[in-house]
Design a protein around this ligand. Structure first.
Ligand SMILES: [Zn+2]
Length: 141
């Protein structure tokens, strides 16, 4: 389903208790982040406005983890532990969504994915940066 607002994709956690749909712009602009929690999760994420995500099933199975400034909300399935999506601290009007929950392969589908410098967070420094020398993919602007 393609519209001006993007493409709707279905997502779920590993065990299937949590199911959601998400509207994303294509081509997908994935990113990794090297902040303390994203480094542990290791996920590639794509962004969507808050209203672009709808939980279809299992909202009561989602747990929320917060730390530090407690602005970001990191959701995960309380049964299988899958990180599904998080409300971003960098842009609280959006979610970052785990591409692997959307049936995508984070390794093969995002081979040259950019790594955001989350260790020097844009909300702390006022400047969005990439980590290391990695560049955004050509589709990134
Ligand atoms: Zn699950």
């Amino acid at each position: 389903m393609v519209s001006e607002a993007g493409v709707e994709r279905s997502g779920s956690c590993h065990c299937g208790a949590v199911r959601f749909t998400v509207r994303v712009e294509e081509p997908l602009r994935g990113a990794r982040c090297d902040c303390s929690i994203c480094s542990i999760k290791g996920a590639v994420t794509v962004g969507t406005p808050l209203e672009g995500l709808r939980i279809v099933e299992g909202e009561d199975r989602l747990s929320c983890y917060q730390f530090n400034t407690k602005v970001a909300k990191h959701y995960f399935c309380s049964n299988c532990g899958t990180y599904t999506f998080h409300q971003r601290r960098s842009d609280p009007d959006t979610y970052g969504v785990n591409v692997a929950c959307l049936g995508l392969n984070p390794y093969h589908d995002f081979p040259n994915v950019a790594v955001v410098d989350g260790r020097h967070h844009v909300r702390d420094t006022g400047k969005a940066r990439l980590a290391g020398r990695l560049k955004f993919e050509p589709s990134e602007d």
